[in-house]
Write a protein that binds this ligand. Structure first.
Ligand SMILES: Nc1ncnc2c1ncn2[C@@H]1O[C@H](COP(=O)(O)OP(=O)(O)O)[C@@H](O)[C@H]1O
Ligand SMILES: N[C@@H](CCOP(=O)(O)O)C(=O)O
Length: 321
């Protein structure tokens, strides 16, 4: 459960007086998510999400995240919107944390997505990439190739506690990725964390995207690779080609990949697996026992990384060329 900061009813009611959001009827902590503390509020004006931004979110990045949601929503993408306060500000402060009121998005995330849902995700991702064009704030990706080694160095000494031989294997893999990372692919704003828990569906229809708190400027195809990792593997670790094909066909129906992007896909998928392996490994080793958060298994991403290492041609992901 990701509620790192507790709030009191009194503090919350007084926080709400800065908004035109009605009177508080009820609130509760949300038992999902990893980064921030989220609460579901019901007021006389309806449901809202209250987000308290925690330590790993840099306060200076908040204008990028909140501004991006505005930019995307204005261009027709279904995503939550920060509610302005009466003074026009998008951010307030609650229990010592920067806090925002976010519109409630209807829908649920899918525990067992099928190929038809992967297609919808591919379409939505490409639409997001196009809708983000013209967004004027930039945010570098702190979790791209240059960020992996510093992160690894925090866990390396203890990595073999998780699996014997990991320290050597990841050390070699990092060298490979640093030496071969592509240098010149089309860039734009990427979501960077479009996992199933960040995509809502109503029935089979995609109702919207949430959680833009890793969004940044990077290769657009890297975002595709993140989605292949997050959506197209089965619980037993196998890659589902039908899902991969559906996701890629969906994406390319809106924004075709260039030949260079297609060729780079195995490397980008390998790097994306490294990125999620490293953050999960760090959390696995460093999160104190008893913290109100569900730790995610780093070994799931190690298995994906090994799969991508063996891929020789992007057609193995389901690309039609
Ligand atoms: N705008 C929203 N509308 C409806 N539910 C939301 C919204 N934002 C977050 N949630 C709920 O809160 C959970 C955690 O949100 P998320 O943004 O993924 O947190 P974190 O940034 O901590 O990972 C989501 O899985 C969802 O259930
Ligand atoms: N998606 C990441 C962790 C971040 O979780 P989120 O709840 O913020 O989407 C992972 O699976 O490692």
């Amino acid at each position: 459960m990701a509620v790192y900061t507790d709030i009191t009813e009194d503090d919350l009611s007084s926080f709400l007086t800065a908004y035109d959001a009605g009177t508080l009827l009820s609130y509760k902590g949300i038992a999902e998510g990893v980064e921030n503390s989220n609460f579901l509020l019901h007021t006389t004006k309806g449901p809202f999400i209250l987000t308290l931004y925690e330590k790993r979110v840099d306060r200076n990045d908040l204008p990028f995240f909140l501004g991006l949601m505005h930019h995307l929503a204005e261009r027709g993408l279904s995503c939550p919107l920060p509610l302005p306060r009466k003074d026009g500000a998008l951010l307030g402060e609650l229990s010592g944390r920067p806090a925002a009121m976010i519109s409630f998005l209807e829908g649920m995330w899918l525990r067992k997505p099928a190929a038809r849902h992967c297609r919808e995700v591919g379409i939505a991702l490409a639409k997001m990439h196009l809708a983000a064009e013209g967004f004027e704030i930039r945010r570098e990706n702190a979790l791209s190739v240059a960020g992996w080694r510093p992160l690894w160095e925090k866990s390396a000494a203890r990595a073999d506690e998780v699996e014997a031989g990991l320290q050597k294997e990841i050390g070699q893999e990092l060298h490979y990725l640093e030496a071969h990372w592509p240098g010149n692919l089309p860039e734009g704003v990427i979501h960077a964390d479009l996992f199933p828990d960040n995509v809502f569906f109503i029935g089979d229809d995609l109702s919207g995207l949430i959680d833009f708190y890793f969004a940044c400027n990077d290769y657009l195809a890297y975002d595709v690779a993140i989605c292949l990792n997050a959506w197209c593997f089965e619980k037993d670790g196998s890659y589902n080609l039908t899902k991969g094909m559906a996701l890629l066909t969906g994406y390319e129906s809106v924004r075709p990949l260039s030949d260079d992007e297609a060729a780079a896909l195995p490397l980008l998928a390998r790097g994306s697996a490294m990125r999620f392996f490293l953050t999960r490994l760090y959390d696995w080793l460093m999160t104190p026992a008893g913290a109100l958060v569900v730790k995610k298994d780093p070994l799931e991403y190690l298995r994906k990384l090994r799969f991508h290492r063996a891929v020789e041609n992007p057609v193995e992901y389901g690309l039609s060329r």
